[in-house]
Design a protein around this ligand. Structure first.
Ligand code: ADP
Ligand code: MG
Ligand code: MG
Length: 870
């Protein structure tokens, strides 16, 4: 087995073996970009190490040595050489980029002897000892687990003793002294000195990176992003180039387009005379990259050239890390840049317009979650105008949120566990804070730039973030933040506008973000690729309008019961329910019919002939009954009865298991008048609209809920068709209509071929079907399902994601039985899982015709469906 690959041996496809960073370093080497030479130790080596005795095998060590030798040849320097030492970086990199999760060690190969050589060779002692102290600190942290702050504190202490503000004021002697202080920390903590042998340093570092795959932060991050724990990380060993060499050196990070807005053009930050993580760690606030154009124009031009090459080559926005050593530019990393949902849309659209990618490729780059994020909230403009600003910073991640501030990840987590909406505010964040960031509505930092840890992580999570609020003094110890004389304490409420980079006092109401223009374009492209239809579950005019705007083909489920909850209607409904004989039913039913006709008129008008499935009354009657004494007495008066009589009737209607009781078609069989009224309202409205020529053609789809046997269906069908025929006669018109049913009772699925004889279409009601298949009550199962999930007894909540094995099997059987009888009948899905991206794949596979879901889930469902097309 080969465990080590030279950069010249790999390519960008090998991310599983070489990790993202390694594969891209190899690819850039192939493209002849200025990449410092190096090699990659594979993820397989990592897995071997983690499975074994946690020691690098001699086999791997030998391979590493051979590659070091080859590197020495190319660099013309030797590892551990006392006159001109080769120094390397040790960089982790797994298949998926995990920002700040794994650790990097720079300047490896320095020791008490080689540092002297480096100082002499470069004639830059200050630089050499700066490198050495960095190595001590990084090695101490990553390999030996010595708290970074121990080193930082010594540096701060030293600087204040010398009255220095910036690291750049430190002189050679200062760094020398700090090196000896740092070495003492090693002895104090580890009871042994910092290892002087460069090869030992290297092996220990590689092992530490491998081990870091299993540190808590890494595991949390992987869980959060659904990254398998079994991948392992690769390690890259690369010759060092130095951004901390002096004022003509520096290091930076840049995106080829703006990761927050998607705007085209280089967007980035850099620091003069700095190394490695200085930029992303948020310790010093970096300068915008446009400054580089002024200070080193040739280098900037060269950078533009490479970023263009990289973007075209990868066909995507790149996030590039670079270092300048004495005006010579090196590219140290490229990857597809993380970005906000909004900029993903913008960039995809730009790339399609620039001819770099196709519409279809664009669709595959967008995820359902991004669509959700695109509809980010924004503060209500009027409320915002009146709000008092607390402080300003960088608009690091868009969105709007209010919450109570907490100064540590721990306290934020506690408050959030206790049900509070929290906002994490810190000087800067680091990977240790991840658990606090995950639970926060927004993140605020006083230091760091647009590419700081807080900014990158917040954008990745779609959480709003204001970073680098330099004017705010954040004191994590006292747990307070001060700005312009205003002091905020732990628990105080603020509102954060991540799009504008502003923090306001108190809570500001917000409204959903509006990015229709971007969404429309992508939805338009996706709709050309739909192997499945998409409809909406909606009945109010507003919801139907939203659904159509968001791309629905029509309505898959209009729930008529929702129409009876208005004040006047519920009153008629109650009168109807309480009627003791068929005769007293008539009057309230007639009134309800007028209401219903009005409802259907609105629906059909908005829909303009698009398909519309209307479900007849479904819930148990007692849901409509009055609860309060007041409502009961009002009803008593109106129906000429006593309160006791009403209460008695309510008592009579009480059921032990209402969801399994007298509802849906069962109610219609005992009281067919209700469905007859509804069907008459539907058909009459359709005919009237067509006769008035306001609508060309309406084909109502009338759906009967809760059918379990074909006898129920045939009985009801006969009754309802009689009503319809009578209307045709009286209106002297015949229209096309469909009478179908829901498939939500397991028995209906198992006997679907018989029901087919009496149904013109079907729609799976997966909520009830899941409830009845599992025997889990929809309304109460939350209590135990979470424990089932914890114990891995259930892989998923079956009400969220289709249970393929059980419920799915019933659906499959039903589809086969229906198709066996009649291939033309439409079969839809209108339960919750119809809008669930994870379930759509399965639903497409079993061959349904369309899915139907709530309006705001439509865009992500459309995207998922389009991605299903092979
Ligand atoms: P991360 O995965 O956290 O981005 P990297 O491996 O990219 O970690 O290392 C962090 C930074 O260290 C890089 O952005 C770069 O500035 C610096 N670095 C890494 N390797 C080298 C090198 N060979 N020469 C100079 N700087 C390096
Ligand atoms: Mg890092
Ligand atoms: Mg990097």
């Amino acid at each position: 087995m080969k465990y080590v690959f030279d950069f010249s041996e790999g390519n960008k496809e090998q991310i599983a073996l070489l990790g993202g960073k390694g594969a891209n370093l190899a690819e850039m080497t192939k493209l002849n970009l200025p990449v410092p030479t190096g090699f990659t130790i594979t993820t397989e080596a990592c897995l071997t190490y983690l499975e074994g005795q946690e020691q690098l095998s001699s086999e791997i060590k030998i391979e590493i040595q051979q590659h070091i030798e080859a590197m020495e040849q190319r660099a013309g320097k030797k590892f551990g050489d006392q006159l001109d030492p080769l120094l390397v970086s040790v960089r982790s990199g797994s298949k998926f980029s995990m920002p700040g999760m794994m650790d990097t060690i720079l300047n490896l190969g320095l020791n008490d002897a080689t540092v002297v050589g480096l100082a002499e060779k470069t004639k830059n002692g200050r630089f050499a000892y700066d490198c050495y102290r960095r190595l001590l600190q990084m090695f101490g942290d990553v390999v030996c687990g010595i708290d970074k702050n121990r080193f930082e504190q010594q540096l701060e202490f030293y600087k204040s003793k010398k009255n220095y503000q910036l690291d750049t004021e430190m002189l050679e002697e200062d760094w020398q002294e700090l090196v000896s202080i740092y070495k003492d920390i090693f002895i104090e903590v580890m009871q042994k000195p910092f290892p002087q042998d460069p090869l030992d340093q290297l092996y220990l570092s590689v092992e530490a990176v491998f081990r870091s795959w299993n540190n808590r932060r890494a595991i949390t991050y992987r869980k959060l992003h659904d990254i398998p724990h079994s991948l392992g990380t690769a390690v890259n060993i690369q010759e060092m180039v130095f951004g901390n060499f002096g004022t003509e050196s520096g290091t930076g990070v840049a995106f080829t387009r703006n990761p927050a807005t998607g705007e085209k053009g280089i967007f980035g930050e850099f620091l003069i005379n700095a190394q490695g993580e200085d930029v992303v760690a948020g310790i010093r606030t970096p300068e915008p990259i446009s400054e580089l154009a002024k200070s080193m124009p040739e280098v900037y031009e060269e950078f533009l050239k490479y970023s263009d090459i990289l973007e075209k080559h990868y066909k995507d926005m790149q996030d590039i890390e670079f270092t300048i050593e004495n005006k010579k530019l090196y590219i140290l990393q490229t990857r597809n840049g993380k970005r906000t949902a909004k900029s993903t849309f913008k960039i995809c659209i730009q790339l399609v317009e620039e001819g770099v990618i196709t519409e279809k490729e664009a669709i595959h780059r967008i995820t359902p979650t991004m669509i959700t994020q695109l509809l980010h909230p924004v503060f209500e403009p009027e409320a915002l105008e009146k709000a008092t600003i607390f402080g300003k910073g960088l608009p690091a991640s868009p969105g709007a949120a209010s919450g109570h501030i907490y100064f540590t990840a721990e306290t934020a987590k506690q408050a959030s566990d206790a049900g509070e909406k929290v906002i994490l505010i810190r000087q800067e964040t680091s990977p240790e804070d991840i658990e606090g960031m995950v639970v926060s509505e927004a993140i605020i930092t006083s230091r760091g730039g647009m590419t700081s840890h807080a900014a990158v992580v917040a954008r990745g999570m779609g959480v709003c973030c204001v970073a680098g609020c330099e004017e705010v003094q954040v004191d994590e110890f006292l747990e307070q933040a001060v700005c312009n004389g205003v002091t905020l304490k732990k628990g105080d409420e603020v509102s954060v506008d991540g799009t504008a980079g502003k923090i306001y006092l108190g809570r500001i109401p917000y409204v959903q973000g509006d990015e229709w223009a971007l969404l429309e374009k992508i939805i338009g492209w996706a709709k050309k690729e739909m192997p499945l239809g998409i409809r909406a579950n909606a009945e109010t005019p507003e919801d139907i309008e939203t659904a159509l705007k968001l791309g629905a083909d029509g309505i898959g489920l209009a729930r008529t019961e929702h129409m009876f909850f208005g004040e006047k209607r519920i009153f008629e409904m109650r009168k109807m329910i309480l009627s003791e004989n068929k005769k007293s039913l008539i009057e309230p039913l007639n009134r309800l019919k007028e209401y219903q006709k009005d409802d259907f008129k609105k629906m059909f008008t908005i829909l303009e002939g698009k398909p519309c499935t209307i479900r007849l009354l479904d819930p148990p009657l007692h849901e409509f009954l009055p609860q309060s004494e007041e409502d009961i007495s009002v009803l008593a008066t109106a129906t000429n009865r006593t309160v006791t009589q009403i209460k008695h009737r309510i008592e009579e209607l009480h059921e032990l298991n209402p969801m399994l009781g007298h509802r849906g078609c069962r109610l219609a069989i005992t009281t067919p008048e209700i469905y007859e009224m509804q069907v008459a309202a539907i058909i009459e409205t359709a005919i009237e609209l067509m006769q008035q020529n306001t609508q060309e053609k309406i084909v109502p789809e009338i759906m009967i809920p809760l059918i379990g046997s074909h006898q129920e269906m045939s009985w009801l069908r006969a009754r309802l068709e009689k009503v319809i025929q009578e209307i045709f006669v009286s209106k002297e018109t015949i229209i096309t209509y469909k009478l179908g049913t829901m498939l939500e009772i397991p028995r209906a699925c198992l006997t679907a071929e018989k029901i087919t004889e009496y149904a013109d279409f079907f729609s799976f009601g997966t909520n009830d079907l899941t409830q009845l298949t599992y025997g889990f009550s929809r309304d109460d199962s939350g209590k135990f399902i979470s424990e089932y999930l914890d114990r891995k007894i259930l892989p998923d909540d079956p009400f969220q994601h289709i249970d393929e094995e059980g419920v799915g099997e019933l659906m499959k059987i039903a589809v086969e039985k229906i198709r066996g009888k009649d291939r033309t009948l439409k079969i839809g899905v209108c339960g919750e899982v119809g809008g669930d991206p994870q379930s759509i794949h399965f639903l497409n596979k079993i061959g349904v015709d369309y899915v139907s879901c709530s309006p705001y889930r439509i865009p992500s469902a459309i995207l998922t469906i389009a991605q299903e097309k092979k």
